[in-house]
Write a protein that binds this ligand. Structure first.
Ligand code: MG
Length: 391
């Protein structure tokens, strides 16, 4: 058996950097989705991929042990370098062997098998919502759009050691494997993914089309797709390695500053702006201290990176990442964008009186939408007397 591979990574339409990394160099294929403030996510995913690749080439240890080594590399860097403290990454990797594929997996990137027109998920998401589904607390459909679907229960680099899922999948000629980051699967349904894998015979064309479709559906996260076609040994030679660099990471804009966003934000699928219902969930306050206790420090960091709210910074309306509180003297938030809107003016409007306490949002996009709403309401307030819109 040999593999013909197509690979593409894309920044998406919202993020300011690409924190996904991948390797597509037969027989090793892997996707990593980094998270962490500033440049942490980029560093974590790249370091994980590079460490795995180096150990794999040297044949050092079992496949899962190589992943645990990559975990240690990311963890140690995170401890040594304040700038990337708390970073982490997912890692889903495949080693192709004759007649089978070895998979190792941590996080919520995914591996699928597409065989005879059917798409089968091979990995399990290491997320809080997946555990809720397993406990029958919510349905799989509810999990897809759950506001906390981004909270990982396992990641590389957040603890000194990590539990690695391992699978061996028997492969046949004409099987197709897909490795992808959640920026693909939060934008496209399984049916949409299967349709593209069915329609696009060439693996590179399939990877390109998956990324194009995820962008067309919103592109709210970085998107990476690796498509691996299992072929008979007498098939024409692979051409994947010529088109896919060994470790491909999108070119990065330097010096973007504090507005750089984190890959830990996984907004719900196909978000819609619905200002009329925005008050339904925004004022739900979170028991942050309880969550820190429940998740542990590393888990809490991952979780905090996925939380957003609108509050007040330097007297102006601002978008924050984290939660509007502190625990044991540590502030659990950072300012991401400070707008020009005076907070005092916003607070004169009936809905925004509690702005100082923070208005929680399900995603960065939702936080931005709240800011736009405040702006619009302020403009409108010059025409409509406050109080008329009180629910
Ligand atoms: Mg992602």
């Amino acid at each position: 058996m040999r593999v013909r591979a197509g690979a593409r990574t894309d920044i998406g339409r919202v993020r300011e950097g690409n924190e996904d990394s991948f390797v597509a160099d037969e027989p090793l294929y892997a996707v990593a989705d980094g998270m962490g403030g500033h440049r942490g996510g980029e560093v974590a995913s790249r370091l994980a991929i590079e460490t795995l690749e180096t150990l794999f080439r040297k044949g050092r240890g079992a496949f899962a042990e190589q992943v645990r080594e990559a975990n240690r590399a990311v963890f140690e860097r995170s401890m040594l370098d304040r700038a990337v403290a708390g970073m982490g990454t997912t890692l889903t990797a495949a080693a192709v062997e004759p007649g089978r594929v070895r998979l190792v997996h941590v996080g919520d990137s995914r591996a699928y098998l597409f065989r005879e027109g059917l798409l089968r998920l091979l990995t399990e998401d290491h997320t809080v919502v997946h555990e809720m589904v397993q406990r029958d607390e919510i349905t799989a459909e509810e999990a897809e759009v759950h506001p906390h679907r981004s909270i990982l229960t396992r990641a590389l680099g957040t603890e000194p050691d990590v539990v690695v899922d391992e699978h061996v999948v028997e492969t046949r000629e004409a099987d197709r494997l897909l490795l992808c980051s959640d920026g693909l699967t939060t934008m496209l349904s399984d049916d949409e993914v299967a349709g593209i894998l069915r329609d696009q015979a060439d693996p590179q064309a399939a990877a390109d089309e998956l990324v194009r479709a995820a962008n067309a559906a919103g592109g709210i996260d970085n998107i990476t797709a690796l498509v691996l076609d299992v072929e008979a040994d007498d098939a024409p030679a692979s051409r994947a390695d010529a088109s896919a660099p060994a470790t491909a990471v999108e070119p990065r804009a330097e010096g973007r500053g504090a507005a750089a966003t984190s890959a830990a934000v996984r907004p719900s699928r196909k978000p819609r702006r619905e200002p009329s219902v925005r008050w339904g969930h925004l004022l739900v306050r979170v028991g942050a201290a309880a969550l820190v206790a429940a998740l542990g420090v590393a888990g809490a960091r991952l979780w905090l990176d996925a939380q957003w709210y609108v509050g007040v910074s330097n007297g102006r309306v601002a978008v924050f990442r984290g939660v509007p509180t502190e625990v044991a003297g540590f502030e659990l938030h950072e300012v991401v964008v400070e707008t020009e809107i005076p907070a005092a003016e916003a607070k004169t409007l009936p809905f925004y009186a509690d702005l100082d306490e923070g208005i929680t949002a399900g995603s960065r996009e939702e936080a931005d939408a709240i800011v736009e709403q405040i702006r619009a309401d302020l403009e409108e307030s010059t025409l409509v007397a406050p109080g008329e819109e009180t629910p």
